[in-house]
Ligand binder design. Structure first.
Ligand SMILES: [Zn+2]
Length: 154
């Protein structure tokens, strides 16, 4: 999954860190010949990276970024009130993460990362929805759940 680079900084070791639009940080070390990323060593090179897409493995792993704050929650849905949009190829906006909370019962959650990942959610397991990834849910019998949306302020 490609994410745009919104900013760059250096860590304590002087390695370049790209700040991606999904709120994941990603190391972009200049360590030839293994990683040839000479742009990390000059200001001009760094500037040229802004806006460029980088493959974000942490999104693919459904890893929750740090520093997110809750925006809002949907109403609670049950097996008969799941919005049609959520049942087929739904996606959240750029910069918005979703968290599926199952209150009772079980919910099948499928996320295209783009490899299809299928999970069975219950009250003990939450479903992480990265921004812009297609996903859908399906009730497994009686279920009650809601979705909470998050972003990073500022
Ligand atoms: Zn990411």
């Amino acid at each position: 999954m490609h994410r745009k680079t919104l900013g760059l900084h250096k860590d304590e070791e002087g390695d370049g860190v790209a700040e991606l639009e999904c709120f994941h940080d990603q190391h972009v070390r200049h360590n030839p010949p293994f990683f040839n990323r000479s742009w990390t060593t000059t200001d001009k090179g760094r500037e040229s990276m802004l806006g460029q897409p980088i493959e974000c493995g942490r999104c693919l792993q459904l890893e929750w970024p740090e520093g997110l704050e809750s925006l809002r929650c949907t109403p609670r849905f049950d097996e008969s009130s799941i919005p049609r949009g959520l049942q087929k190829d739904h996606s959240t906006k750029a910069g918005v993460w979703g968290l599926i909370h199952v209150v009772s019962g079980q919910l099948r959650y499928v996320c295209q990362t783009p490899v299809e990942r299928e999970m069975l959610l219950d009250a003990d397991s939450k479903g992480i929805i990265p921004p812009g990834l297609l996903h859908d849910v399906e009730a497994q019998g009686d279920v009650c759940f809601y979705v909470e949306f998050f972003t990073r302020p500022g």
